[in-house]
Each structure stands twice: as C-alpha cells, then as structure tokens.
Design a protein around this ligand. Structure first.
Ligand code: HEM
Length: 475
C-alpha cells in the first residue's frame, strides 16, 4: 500500500452527521462500470483502497444493474454486520457460486434454515469440544514436522507444508482419518481440487451469471467438484454402513447425531444426509484454506521479525518445557496469540468479499440505502487504516496486548467477520494456529529464504503471489 493512500485516508476523518438522501461520492459511472470491474479484477484490494483514499469512508459505485456501497468506518461496518444484520442477506451471486460446491450448508442458507443449521452446528465448535480436536491437531503437526528432512538447515516451501498440515487436521477432526501414504495421495488430489475451486469461485464473483458447463475451464471445475464430493460422500457412507455404532469423537459423528434442541425454538429434528454432506463440504473447504493462509503469513512475519519470534519462543519454552502443547496450555501463551492476531491484521486470510444485500430500505450512518443495494465490506482496508492502527504497515504484536486491545477502535479488527454470521470456526482456527505455531517454534528458528518480500494476492483467501519459501534452522 502506498504512503499517499495511507495519508489521504488519514485525512478523511470528517463525519457527516445528518441523514444523507444523496448518494455517497464515488468514481464516475462509465460503460456500465466495466472499466471499474476490470480494475477490481486486476487488483481488487489496491483498487478498493484507492477508492477510500479518493472518496472517503462511504463510496458509491454502479456496475451493470448493481448499486454498490463500500463502507470503511468500523462503526458503519458494524451497523451492517451486527446492529442491522436482520436487514441484510448475503449477496445472491455469492451464495450461487458457493452453492455449486457447498450445496445448502450454513455458509449458503438464509433465514430459518440458516438459523436452524447454525444452532445445531454451534456446539460442535464450542470450547467443550476443543480439547478433543486439539489432540488431532497436535498429532497432525507432529507427523508433518517429524517428516521434514533431518538437516540442521533447510529451505522449505512453507506454504505447501502448512496447507497439507491444515488439510490433515480437517481430515482428522472431521472424519478421524489417519494420514497414511494412500490417504496422502487423496489429500494431494483434494488440495489441487480446492485450488481449482477457489480460483473458479474468485472468477465467478466478477460475472453476473454462471458460465456454461461445456467451457473447457468448467471441465476442470467439474472434475474438482467430483473429487471433493466423492471424498466427503465416501466418508459419510463408510461411517453409516460399516461403523454405525462405533464411537467417534469427530465432527462427522457430531453432525450425524445432532438434534435441533436450541432454547430458541429447536424442532428436535436431525440433519438429513444431504445436509450432513453439505456441512462437511463447507467445514472441509472453509476449515483449512483460511487457516493455511494465516499460518503461511505467520511464518513470514516470524522469519522477518526475529526479536518477536524469540520472545514467542521463550514463552513457549517456559510454559511447555519441550513437551507437546494442549488446548489447556493456550491461555498461558498470550504473546504467541498476539503474534498470530497481528499477523491476521496485516494479512487477513479473508481480506474482502464480505458482501450483503439490503432486503429493505435501511440507514447506515448518515446514508439512506434503498432496498436491493449491495454492501461490500473489506477488512483489509480497515486493518491498514492509520486512524485505527498507527503506522499500519509495521508488525507489532503489542497492538494485541491487553492494553493495546483495550485502546483499539471497536470493530476495526475483524479477520473473522462480525455479527450473527461471524465465522463459526473462529475458536477452532485460533486453537489450531496456536498449537501448530508453538510446535514450529519448539523445533525451528525461521528465516527468510528469498530477498524479496512476498506479495499478497487475493484468491478468495490472501496468499503470497509466488508461494512462501522459508529457511528452517533446527534448534
Ligand atoms: C484463520 C481462519 C479463518 C478465517 C480468517 C475465517 C474467516 C471467516 C469470515 C470473515 C467469515 C464471515 C463471512 C461473512 O460474514 O460473509 C467466516 C464465516 C464462516 N467460517 Fe470461517 N474463517 C476461518 C476458519 C474457519 C474454520 C476453521 C471453519 C470451520 C471448521 C470455518 C467455517 C466458517 C463457516 C461455516 C462460516 C459461515 C458462517 C455463517 O454464515 O453462519 N472458518 N469465516
């Protein structure tokens, strides 16, 4: 991000106080918005940041039939996602794109169906279940780190390693799947399929309708969908046919057993098998790509800030004394958690593409939005705004100490979203990241392998454009 963008954003602190019936400022509407669409396609995050610098905290654009409002002030963003959440749904194009892969899962549904699914799934992601998942996470990290070559120093494709590791974690926590060499092959095929699906999803965001299935790149997508669908259905049918009564402590067992017994009007019913399939698909996809992105960027920040890495390592050594971490150890590792939070501020794994559609006229801040207006939220912009985070390009875990957090602008930090549709896997992901990070620090000192800093690109999740290679020095 250029300094001029930061400065211009900092200067735009004037707050309109009255209801504005006029539209927020924005770029001129030309050629149905196609030039703007092209710019967004080329560099989404940079373009949105430039819009904030040029027009302020509320920006209006029109692309084809869409009237779009971008909001960049934390209080206005909270109004959309939290206080007035009932006046919005997810944008249909988003749900359409995701439904092609996720079916009708909690990520996609709206209204009563979503509420029922969310109510049923929530306990499966609560603190009571974390200890069990943490054991799977530690086992997966052991296996991944033990498999690294024994040399004292090695250069490693760190992004690939943590992506495989987070996939192992999801296979273990979802299906109790041990990672044998045969399963490893399946996992590699699944990893490839996930990438194809992510890329296609990202492309599809920019088109108003799905392209026909006979186009060549759709074949690849079709194949990728079949790979993942086959994997998920195989596990469900195996569980139902061969081990219906064997006790399992994984997410699939929870999904097959859960009843809608919420205090807020549960109907006592179970999830249909199709619903179980859809939730598995979402947990599988949402549950590992984002976490892999976060751990990748954490590897980069630790390699490039040795003093912070050293402090985190000392904490890990003092608390664990060389033994493997558990869920119960995590409250005793606050500085480690701070390094992860600060990494997700600088490099939010889900930096954009939080979209909503107003289902009735609604007022956000001083702006009156008509029914049907689309709202875009871009955490990336708030996370890099010097009004909320001084010297925003600087990596500083102290921002997330108790005092630092107390001084933070409410709602300016939202890597997991906010409101009723906040990430259901927040605790799961934070637990996994902290356990893996502790185990990496116990074994290795990280250092950059390349001189050029990795460039973040948006590909549904935020990834380094050229992957991330790191030097690992055994301790
Ligand atoms: C660092 C890791 C993660 C990040 C940064 C992240 C980020 C997010 C964000 C920003 C949203 C909200 C989207 C919106 O409001 O439109 C979301 C929703 C969601 N996330 Fe995550 N996520 C992470 C990990 C996970 C994990 C591990 C799981 C499951 C195991 C998961 C499952 C979900 C689901 C199911 C939703 C949709 C919830 C709903 O609509 O009710 N996520 N995530």
């Amino acid at each position: 991000m250029s300094q001029s963008i930061i400065t211009a954003a900092a200067e735009r602190t004037k707050v309109p106080t009255m209801t504005k019936r006029t539209l927020p400022p924005g770029p001129p509407h030309r050629l149905f918005g196609l030039p703007l669409l092209r710019q967004l396609h080329r560099d989404y995050l940079g373009e949105v940041q430039r819009m904030q610098a040029s027009y302020g905290d509320a920006v209006f654009t029109r692309i084809a039939q869409e009237t779009i409002y971008d909001f960049f002030r934390p209080d206005w963003v909270r109004e959309v996602l939290v206080d007035q959440a009932r006046n919005f749904i997810r944008r249909e194009r988003f749900t359409q794109v995701f439904a092609e892969v996720h079916g009708q899962s909690v990520l996609v549904t709206e209204g009563d169906v979503w509420q029922r699914q969310r109510r049923m799934l929530q306990p499966g992601f609560g603190p009571k279940r974390m200890d069990g998942y943490a054991q799977h996470m530690v086992a997966a990290a052991h296996q991944a780190l033990d498999a690294l070559p024994p040399q004292a120093t090695q250069t490693l494709d760190f992004e690939h390693m943590v992506t495989q590791l987070t996939m192992d974690v999801v296979l273990r926590t979802l299906f109790s799947q041990e990672i044998t060499p045969a399963v490893r092959q399946q996992a590699v095929a699944a990893e490839h399929a996930v990438r194809v699906i992510s890329r296609a999803g990202m492309e599809a965001f920019y088109w108003p309708a799905s392209l026909p299935d006979w186009l060549p790149h759709k074949w690849k997508l079709g194949h990728a969908k079949r790979v993942l669908d086959g994997l998920v259905r195989h596990h469900i049918s195996q569980r139902r046919q061969t081990h219906p009564s064997a006790p399992h402590h994984d997410l699939l067992a929870m999904l097959l057993a859960v009843r809608d017994e919420g205090d807020e009007g549960g109907d006592g019913g179970t999830l249909s098998i199709e619903e179980v399939r859809d939730q598995c698909m979402t947990i599988f996809l949402a549950g590992h790509e984002t976490t892999a992105a976060a751990l990748t960027w954490w590897g980069h920040t630790m390699a490039s800030h040795p003093a912070c890495a050293q402090r985190a390592r000392q904490e890990v050594d003092t608390v664990l004394g060389g033994r493997a971490p558990s869920y119960a150890d995590l409250p005793a590792l606050p500085y480690l958690a701070q390094t992860l939070k600060e990494t997700m501020r600088l490099y939010p794994p889900a930096p954009a593409l939080i979209n909503r559609r107003a289902i009735q006229p609604v007022q956000i801040g001083p702006w009156q939005l008509p029914k049907g207006a689309m709202v875009r939220i871009t955490p990336w912009v708030m996370h890099h705004d010097p009004r909320w985070f001084a010297d925003p390009q600087r990596f500083d875990p102290e921002r997330f100490s108790a005092a630092g957090q107390a001084a933070q602008e409410r709602g300016a930090y939202m890597p997991f979203g906010a409101g009723p549709r906040v990430c259901i896997g927040q605790l799961f992901a934070s637990t996994e990241m902290a356990l893996v990070a502790a185990m990496v620090l116990q074994r290795f000192t990280l250092a950059p392998a390349d001189t050029a800093a990795p460039q973040p690109v948006l590909n549904v999740t935020l990834r380094p454009a050229q992957g991330l290679r790191l030097q690992l020095l055994r301790r």
